[in-house]
Design a protein around this ligand. Structure first.
Ligand code: 5AD
Ligand code: SF4
Length: 482
């Protein structure tokens, strides 16, 4: 039987899809890239912005005829939009068979089996944030982390590892706390066991995932675990050469974590530290819990503790009541912070959030679009400048696979354009050999734009023993305090 799955959204969703596919493979499914060939069609969805939802509803619309012609095809909607819209999905697309929230994915193989056998529609979602006691709600959002399946990842040598689920920050614009439930940290022993298993299967790089990954807190009766403790224990696992973690919440960026990133060579000196706005008035309405001055301090501390750290950030433009002055303060922050990359989003009102209840979505779309473009242009200039110190330098990349160009050209030969990533999460394009995919390689950089470094291979391939020597890339000193 054939399974087609489409995934939108964040890394959490990519991981969920990997695990969903792994669990259905156990039931005899094989993955197909063609939606027409599939017996079961799944959409793993995102609710963070309206646009992501619109895309899924139009993809569902395109399946109406296919389902009429082949009523035995099972169509399922999984993830955040399933949890948010629930029965509305059946009302908007009556031919959908299955709606499963992110906290119920463990039920999926059984539900698909039942539908195949008996027909009918099935829906499994978790409790809403006001539909029970904290404990009941927590229990209704189950962390879905069954055994891993390296064959189901884009690359077997890189893996996401979930360390927390949910979020308790309730930023006023954000739907995540209601669809992914209360913040819950996974037991450290489970995470370490999973990382050891991944290492045993040949995985070289792990990325720890949590909505606020640096808020990780666990107590197993014997000791208390913070993210820094977890990093230290993961660092000792042989075979794992790189460790990353996303996404950080600025207020929870503690000194022990900065020290761990500085002192543990396998941990990438890369921090994703979303700020969202450079205006205190907007940050207050967003309920982010910090001021711009406090954020600048966190950033300065991070760069003092971790020389050469690459920092990236997220911004929302056009949040309720954002004036031109507020926006210019965000631009100032972009200009002064010199992020490696900035991810910029137009505010999208989410029903059910405090933001939707309290404030009018009053910035016109063309203003949002213009602010988005202005900020993107500024950040691109900075990203390009930020990449210049790499010219002429040697970096070590983990080779991920063919570049987009090579994929488009359907390059079948042994020599082709490859894409790799530096320890500090920079993308490097170079020409190499197919068998180098999954290896660490030394590359000399000869060109750079805002998002990509271009390089050439250095004659001698780097084994893990060379990583230490090649890794530290000294960059221009951070220019904080401007
Ligand atoms: N509208 C626009 N962007 C949003 N984000 C979260 N919620 C919204 C929203 N309602 C952005 C934030 C977050 C990133 C993952 O998505 O910048 O950091
Ligand atoms: Fe959403 Fe804020 Fe939680 Fe991030 S910290 S997931 S933006 S509520």
């Amino acid at each position: 039987m054939k399974l087609y799955i489409e995934t939108v959204g964040c890394q959490m969703n990519l991981l969920d899809s990997e695990l969903v596919v792994a669990s259905l493979r156990k039931d005899g499914y094989e993955l197909t890239a063609s939606i027409h060939d599939a017996d079961t069609i799944l959409f793993n969805t995102c609710s963070v912005r309206q646009h992501a939802e619109d895309k899924i509803y139009s993809a569902l619309g395109r399946l109406k005829d296919a389902k009429r012609q082949h009523p035995d095809k099972v169509i399922g909607v999984l993830g955040c939009m399933a949890q948010k819209d629930q029965g509305l999905i059946f009302r908007r697309a009556s031919y959908v068979d299955l709606v499963v929230g992110p906290g119920q994915l463990h039920q999926l193989p059984r539900l698909v089996r039942e539908i195949r056998k008996a027909g009918g529609q099935r829906m499994e979602v978790s409790l809403g944030r006001k539909e029970g006691s904290r404990e009941q709600i927590e229990r209704s959002h189950e962390s879905f982390d069954p055994l891993r399946d390296p064959a189901m990842r884009t690359t077997p040598f890189q893996a996401y590892v979930r360390i927390m689920i949910g979020c308790d920050k309730f930023c006023t614009y954000c739907i995540v706390p209601s669809v992914r439930g209360p913040e819950q940290s996974r037991p450290a022993a489970e995470i370490l066991a999973e990382a050891r298993q991944l290492a045993g299967e040949g995985c070289r790089e792990i990325t720890l995932l949590g909505q606020t990954v640096n808020s990780y807190r666990q107590s197993d009766g014997q000791r208390a675990w913070r993210l820094s403790d977890l990093l230290e224990s993961l660092h000792a696992i042989e075979g794992i050469d790189r460790i990353k973690f996303v996404t950080n919440f600025p207020k929870d960026m503690t000194d022990d974590l900065l020290a761990a990133v500085r002192d543990l060579p396998k941990v990438s000196k890369y921090l994703h530290l979303p700020v969202q706005s450079g205006s205190n008035a907007v940050l207050r309405r967003m309920k982010r819990g910090y001021t711009v001055e406090e954020y600048r301090n966190v950033l300065a501390r991070a760069r003092d503790w971790i020389p050469g750290a690459s920092v990236t950030s997220d911004f929302i433009v056009g949040f309720c009541g954002e004036t031109e002055g507020d926006f210019q303060q965000s631009m100032d922050l972009v200009r002064q912070s010199r992020f490696k990359n900035g991810f910029i989003f137009k505010y999208s009102q989410r029903p059910g959030t405090q933001g939707a209840k309290l404030y009018a979505d009053d910035v016109p779309d063309e203003v949002k679009r213009r602010r988005n473009n202005d900020m993107l242009q500024l950040q691109n200039q900075i990203s390009e400048q930020d990449n210049q110190p790499f010219l002429g330098r040697e970096v070590t990349v983990l080779v991920e696979g063919p570049s987009k160009t090579a994929e488009k050209q359907g390059d079948a030969g042994e020599r082709l354009q490859l894409i790799g990533r530096t320890h500090c999460d920079r993308i490097v394009v170079f020409t190499g050999n197919r068998r180098q995919i999954g290896q660490f390689l030394p590359i000399v950089i000869y060109d750079a734009n805002a998002h990509t470094l271009f390089g050439e291979m250095v004659a001698q391939p780097a084994g893990p023993e060379r990583i230490e020597r090649l890794q530290p890339v000294v960059m221009a000193p951070p220019s904080h305090g401007q």
